[in-house]
Structure formats: structure tokens, C-alpha cells
Design a protein around this ligand. Structure first.
Ligand code: DON
Length: 295
């Protein structure tokens, strides 16, 4: 399998040149566009890696997957009064849809939806995003996982669009907390740094529920989370990703893409250059090759 992963890496790494590293968060614009990792962990515990599998990167919107899982556990059903479960068909940071919908955001994986989830978590737990960091440390067995303070500060400085969304959400009575506090917490979750191997380990609760080991890990909500990953995980490219890769996935503008196949495996690809939807070009290609190989 390691040999096959090396071949996938060789085939897809040149594709990264077709993409562009995220520019709108200045701390991310400095990331090495050549960086690459691919990790596969099977349900029976075998780990295969190629590239910089241990190098931490900004998980960005992949945090939305774990935040949703935590909120389903801690907030419970009232969460669904604050956020929907439909694909948005629009850019991940679209403001216009909030204007026309005048209510809860379409799903928890677009920015507005994740901001609503963050608000619900802030109303439920005294320490957020601390609780998310703890959960990720627990799930991946890596106590060193932390928020990257430079990325966090960079997003706070430049995150006006997200703050605008939070104000619109408060105007429509979706948010209960102060929009600035909610977006700072949301940016903190996005700024968590993890390696591809840590992210893959953390996602194993969506492959084989790990009874009683952590809040998320009990996997009670796994099937529903995978459904939302499948339909909304790559924003307005989720349909294409489902067609080509066929697995529930979640991407982030740090260049990570995580996928899971229940009872079989989790995998994470990392390559910072993004396509126009904000998804990793080589990362998606790597997972397409991998899915052909193992599904
Ligand atoms: O709020 C933002 O725009 C970023 N912190 C996260 C966006 C993101 O990762 C979208 N993913 N592809």
C-alpha cells in the first residue's frame, strides 16, 4: 500500500501548480505550495503515509466537522433550530444567501453555518474553542495540538466578511452571543494546527465508533455527520467530489481534505494550492486515486 501511495503522490503533486495558496488569510499565504501529505488509516489499525504526514498545517474548515460533532453531542436537537442541513450551492463565505434566507444558514459547513454552530457551543460550554482542542487532542492521541496564534490573529485582523455574516445572523435572531466574540471563537477553531496523520486519527470515530472514549468518539451521530459531509463537505463542489471520489469528505482552505469510509478507512490529503471553490487541487486528485484503489 505504501508503494501505491507513493505512486499517487507522484501522479498528483504536479497538479498543485494549477491551484493557488489561500491569500485572504495573510498567515496562510506564506505556506509552502509544494508541501504534500497523504495518510490512510484502516479500520483494523494499519497506517500508511507518504510525504509530510507529521507536519502540522492549518485545519481551517475541517474544524467544522469536529465542531458539528461536538455540538450534536453538547447542544443536541436544539442545534437544528439554528442551522439547516441542505447544500448551499454557493461559495463557502457567501453573504447573499443569508440576506435572502433571513434565517438559519443552510448547513453547518459553510462559514455562516459554522458561525451559528459556534454560537450554540458558546452558549453551552464555558470554554470554546478550548473544548474542541481538548476533543481533538483526545481523538488523535496528540496532547500537543493547539491553536496557531499567528493564524488566529491573522484571521481576526482580516475576517470582516465573517463578522458581517455574524451580524446578519444576529439581526435574524440566529445568534445569541456577541458577533465579535462568536467570530473570534470560530477563527480559533479554524486556526487549530494538526498534521495529516493526527487529522486522520481524529476522524476514525466516523469509521468505527469508539465506545466511550470521548464525546465525539462515541459515534452516535456518525451516520448523520457523514451525510452532511457527503452533501456539503466541499461546498459548491460537493456534487463533483461525490461523483469523482464517492466518499464523505471535508476540506479546508489550509489545503487539507479528509474522507471516511465506514468500517473501512479514513484518509487525509494535504496540498495547500486551492481551486476556485477553495478546495485543494492535488488533495482532491489524490483522494480520487485512493478511492479507485481501495473502494
Ligand atoms: O472563515 C474562513 O474563511 C476560513 N477560516 C475557513 C474557510 C475554509 O476553510 C473554507 N474551506 N475550504
Amino acid at each position: 500500500m505504501e508503494r501505491e501511495l507513493i505512486e499517487i503522490a507522484e501522479a498528483v503533486r504536479p497538479l498543485a501548480r494549477q491551484g493557488k495558496v489561500a491569500q485572504y488569510i495573510p498567515a496562510l499565504a506564506r505556506v509552502d505550495p509544494e508541501a504534500f501529505a497523504l495518510v490512510l488509516i484502516t479500520a483494523d489499525g494499519k497506517t500508511y503515509t507518504v510525504g509530510a504526514a507529521d507536519q502540522p498545517f492549518s485545519i481551517q474548515s475541517i474544524s467544522k466537522l469536529f465542531a458539528l460533532s461536538l455540538a450534536m453531542e453538547l447542544v443536541g436537537d436544539p442545534l437544528w433550530q439554528k442551522v439547516g442541513r441542505e447544500p448551499s450551492g454557493m461559495r463557502f463565505n457567501s453573504l447573499i444567501q443569508l440576506e435572502t434566507d433571513k434565517g438559519p444558514p443552510r448547513n453547518p459547513f459553510i462559514n455562516a453555518g459554522a458561525i451559528a454552530v459556534t454560537d450554540a457551543l458558546l452558549s453551552t460550554t464555558s470554554d470554546y474553542p478550548g473544548a474542541l482542542v481538548d476533543e481533538l487532542r483526545h481523538l488523535s492521541g496528540a496532547p500537543e495540538i493547539a491553536i496557531d496564534p499567528e493564524v488566529h490573529a491573522s484571521e481576526i485582523r482580516t475576517g470582516d466578511l465573517n463578522r458581517a455574516m455574524a451580524y446578519v445572523l444576529r439581526a435574524h435572531k440566529v445568534l445569541e452571543n456577541d458577533p465579535v466574540a462568536v467570530t473570534e471563537a470560530y477563527f480559533g477553531a479554524c486556526a487549530i494546527a494538526m498534521s495529516a496523520i493526527q487529522l486522520t486519527r481524529a476522524a476514525m470515530f466516523l469509521v468505527t465508533p469508539q465506545q466511550g472514549s470521548a464525546r465525539c468518539a462515541e459515534g452516535r451521530h456518525a451516520q448523520r455527520i457523514r451525510a452532511i459531509m457527503r452533501t456539503c463537505g466541499l461546498y459548491d463542489q460537493s456534487g463533483e467530489f461525490a461523483f469523482h471520489v464517492g466518499l464523505p469528505g471535508k476540506s479546508g482552505v489550509g489545503g487539507g481534505v479528509l474522507v471516511v469510509q465506514p468500517d473501512a478507512f479514513a484518509a487525509c490529503a494535504w496540498s495547500p494550492p486551492l481551486d476556485r471553490y477553495g478546495n485543494s487541487v492535488a488533495g482532491q486528485a489524490a483522494l480520487q486515486h485512493l478511492a479507485r484503489l481501495v473502494c
